[in-house]
Design a protein around this ligand. Structure first.
Ligand code: DAK
Length: 257
């Protein structure tokens, strides 16, 4: 594994996955996502693991999907890569997933945190869906999960402006389970995982499935809709401009084309 670090027995019954592309603020490239999918599958099959914590580092949980990797892609390229199957497999992890978030959790990073079952945030956490600023929109469930988690008005504002919210605000909005000082967020994540790990793994799995069923009843339809629109953004000149401007470190000039 090059871009993640996996410690299956980090604590009794608790596995830890650390996203590990620190220079790129843990931007989620295809390889990292593939590694994450494989690691989760392995931990799901490992009977000595009952809860899994996913974290980044103090500066970034993950600053989003890798814009540099996506910048030159066409809608058809994106369709062929089919990252959604990887995200779907991660979403289907049976064991409880806790995101321990410090620093940036943006775009795909915020979506990954929301794909987990619970989020423990440090006070320095910054959540956001800034895809709109680079000429696209959330593509891994952001418009659906954020809206369900924090309500339409707030989700709409965050998705349309790309504004970041702090850990404290995320707590007030109901996006995270707990917000704590930076030196405590891993401790709190381990504490929560430890509590869950004491329960029956079977009941835990079934209970997780059931909570998700209520949450996801209408999600498939929403995700299908979101996916079509996400691909469509790659047919726009604004997508090329937005991502190119990011790579060249300049302000994008959008033409609405
Ligand atoms: N991608 C690639 N590189 C990134 C990156 C990203 N998302 N975020 C940061 N980096 C890189 C920067 O380019 C920089 O690299 P160098 O220039 O040093 O080579 C390095 O990380 C450090 O970043 P900064 O120098 O920019 O650091 P600052 O502290 O000044 O700023 C920042 C931090 C987080 C505000 C800034 O880096 C930033 O705005 N980053 C981009 C945030 C963003 O727009 N995220 C959303 C990306 S779009 C899908 C699933 C998911 C998605 C799409 C499809 N499918 C299943 C199909 C998701 C899409 C997205 O997430």
């Amino acid at each position: 594994m090059e871009f993640i670090k996996v410690t299956p027995n980090y604590k009794p019954y608790i596995a830890l996955i650390e996203l590990n592309r620190p220079k790129e603020l843990n931007a989620l490239n295809l390889q990292l996502m593939g590694e994450l999918r494989d690691a989760l599958k392995e931990l799901d099959d490992d009977e000595s693991v009952r809860a899994i914590i996913i974290t980044g580092n103090e500066k970034a949980f993950a600053a989003g999907a890798d814009i540099k990797q996506m910048a030159g892609k066409s809608a058809v390229d994106m369709l062929k890569i089919d990252q959604f199957s990887t995200w779907d497999q991660i979403r289907k992890t049976k064991k409880p997933l806790i995101a321990a978030v410090s620093g940036f959790a943006l775009g795909g990073g915020c979506e990954l945190a929301m794909t987990c079952d619970m989020i423990i945030a440090s006070e320095t956490a910054k959540f956001g869906q800034p895809e709109i600023k680079i000429g696209v929109m959330p593509g891994a469930g952001g418009t659906q999960r954020l809206t369900k988690a924090i309500g339409k008005a707030r989700a709409m504002e965050l998705v349309l402006t790309g504004r970041f919210i702090s850990g404290e605000e995320a707590m007030q909005y109901g996006l995270v389970n707990k917000v704590v000082p930076i030196e405590m967020y891993m401790y709190e994540a381990v504490k929560l995982a430890g509590e869950i790990a004491q329960m029956s793994p079977i009941a835990t799995q079934l209970a997780k499935e059931s909570v998700n069923r209520s949450f996801e009843t209408h999600l498939d339809e929403g995700l299908t809709f979101e996916r079509k629109n996400f691909y469509l953004t790659f047919a726009s000149e604004d997508q090329t401009e937005g991502m190119q401007a990011f790579v060249e470190k300049r302000k994008p000039e959008y033409k609405g084309k």
